[in-house]
Design a protein around this ligand. Structure first.
Ligand code: ATP
Ligand code: MG
Length: 343
């Protein structure tokens, strides 16, 4: 790995746009580390990708807003990160349209996103083209900016391979134009269990604790959390290992002494679930105090948020236009009558 490197990463505003503690400890924390390490980092909201599943205007607007505010609140620093919305940079879709022509159908048919839908029983003629060609838009998202690395989880590895394939084909036909991105191996963090105690925490399963939701909602999420199913009374000895309430205490509660004490009392049947949860709630409010305050401040200042995005998209757009000037030149759509230029 190089000393100085550039990174590009994105998020899709599907679900509700909220960040839950699984997302936070699973990805946000490592993004914040990368933000400090990378020489240049692009972080974009893939709202156009979101259209493959979110087709309700209000929901789209709401998800995008929540997600933008959430990332900024959790520490995305616009001084360090080029932060923008995909739909603010028309070059993403322009490049996708050009890349379509060097992308074999077979390559895309082998992609998980599409294959998964078929496996779930969806008729292949009903899969929308947005979902089908998702990997081509993703290739465009990346190739516009020549990042060294794209941090992805296991499920997205294949799409990066596709991006490299598409870039190679283009470079082969038209001469070197795009840098082939490498996968940045995100440390595989163990999936955090959901409040149902059974499956991984996930927005679509509704078994989550939201980092930035209203206090009342968070309280409800925490108090409704599954604990040790075998324990009927506070005086029964309880199991701590794998018990979601203690998994979260370990992650969130900075008072380690309190956590050890609670665990001990729980094992001995000397503390009730309610107290353990109430202490978790308190620890949660303390741990995320800054983020939660920042969220409210940002929400109250839409002009400021808009300005952050404007600055980010201007930086990104300059780079995107520069790349498109080269692409247009390479494919032969520019000639002496052209006036598309980099300004
Ligand atoms: P959905 O239910 O819509 O799939 P989600 O809650 O699973 O939403 P994603 O948007 O799929 O969240 O994931 C965003 C990021 O958070 C991904 O990088 C994913 O690996 C990580 N992540 C999601 N859930 C967890 C979890 N329970 N533990 C650790 N990391 C998680
Ligand atoms: Mg998921």
């Amino acid at each position: 790995m190089k000393d100085k490197f550039s990174i590009l990463t994105g998020i899709t505003p599907s679900g509700t746009g909220e960040i839950h503690i699984g997302n936070y400890f699973g990805t946000v924390v490592s993004f914040l580390e990368l933000q400090d390490k990378a020489e240049r980092i692009h972080f974009f909201m893939a709202d156009l990708h979101g259209l493959t599943t979110v087709q309700d205007k209000k929901q789209m607007q709401q998800n995008v807003e929540t997600q933008i505010l959430s990332y900024l609140a959790c520490g995305l620093d616009p001084e360090k990160t080029i932060f923008y919305r995909q739909s603010d940079i028309p070059q993403h879709t322009e490049l996708q349209s050009i890349l379509n022509n060097v992308t074999p159908l077979g390559l895309i048919k082998r992609c998980h996103a599409y294959k998964d839908k078929l496996q779930k029983g969806l008729d292949k003629d009903k899969v929308n083209m947005g979902l089908f060609s998702y990997p081509v838009l993703m290739a465009a998202d990346i190739l516009l900016y020549d990042p060294d690395y794209v941090p992805v989880g296991e499920d997205q590895r294949q799409h990066i391979e596709v991006t490299r394939d598409i870039a190679e084909r283009f470079n082969h036909i038209y001469g070197k134009t795009f840098k082939l991105p490498e996968i940045y191996n995100v440390k595989a963090t163990a999936k955090i269990v959901g409040t149902d105690g059974k499956r991984k925490m996930s927005k679509s399963l509704g078994n989550y604790i939201s980092v930035l939701a209203d206090e009342k909602i968070v309280k409800k999420q925490i108090m409704g959390c599954y604990t040790d199913p075998k324990r009927k009374h506070a005086t029964d000895p309880g199991k701590v290992e794998g018990n979601p309430v203690f998994v979260y205490h370990d992650l969130i509660n900075e008072d380690k002494k309190e956590v050890e004490e609670l665990k001990k009392r729980y094992r001995e049947g000397k503390v009730g679930d309610v107290e353990v949860k109430e202490r978790l709630f308190k620890a949660f409010m303390k741990r995320f105090k800054t983020e939660r305050e920042r969220y409210q401040q940002l929400k109250a200042e839409p002009e400021k948020v808009k300005e952050i995005l404007r600055t980010g998209s201007e930086k990104a757009r300059q780079q995107a236009i520069k790349k498109m000037v080269l692409v247009r030149e390479r494919i032969g759509v520019s000639n002496k009558y052209s006036f598309y230029k980099y300004e």
